[in-house]
Design a protein around this ligand. Structure first.
Ligand code: ZN
Length: 105
C-alpha cells in the first residue's frame, strides 16, 4: 500500500499513491483501482489493501491469486476515496479552503 508523502509543486508535503504493480504515480483516480484481500471474514479484521492502475490490475491480480490461492476484490479508486471521505465525515469545502489558504489550522 504505497501511500507516501512527497514534496509537491507547491514545495509542501502532500500525499501521493504509487501503483503496487508498476510503481508509477497514480495521478488520476479515474484510471485506478483499489484492491483488497480479506484476511478474515470479520469485517474489522486487518485487510490487505493495494492501489493499481487499471492497466496493471490484471497482471497484479493474476500474480497475487496464483501465489496466495485467494481472490482479490476491487473497487474503482474514485469510489473508494469518495466512501473514505464520507465515512470519515470530511468536510471537503472547509478542507479545500484551508489547504488553498495554506492555513496549518
Ligand atoms: Zn501501474
Amino acid at each position: 500500500m504505497p501511500l507516501v508523502m512527497v514534496i509537491g509543486e507547491t514545495h509542501l508535503l502532500e500525499p501521493h499513491i504509487y501503483c503496487d504493480h508498476c510503481g508509477d504515480d497514480i495521478d488520476d483516480a479515474r484510471h485506478a483501482h483499489c484492491l483488497w484481500d480479506w484476511i478474515d471474514d470479520d469485517a474489522r479484521a486487518e485487510t490487505r489493501l493495494w492501489f493499481v492502475h487499471k492497466d496493471c490490475d490484471h497482471l497484479f491480480t493474476i500474480g497475487y491469486e496464483k501465489r496466495h490461492k485467494r481472490h482479490v476484490q476491487w473497487r474503482p479508486l474514485n469510489d473508494y476515496l469518495f466512501q473514505l471521505v464520507h465515512n470519515t465525515h470530511t468536510d471537503m469545502d472547509a478542507t479545500r479552503a484551508r489547504l488553498t489558504d495554506n492555513d496549518p489550522e
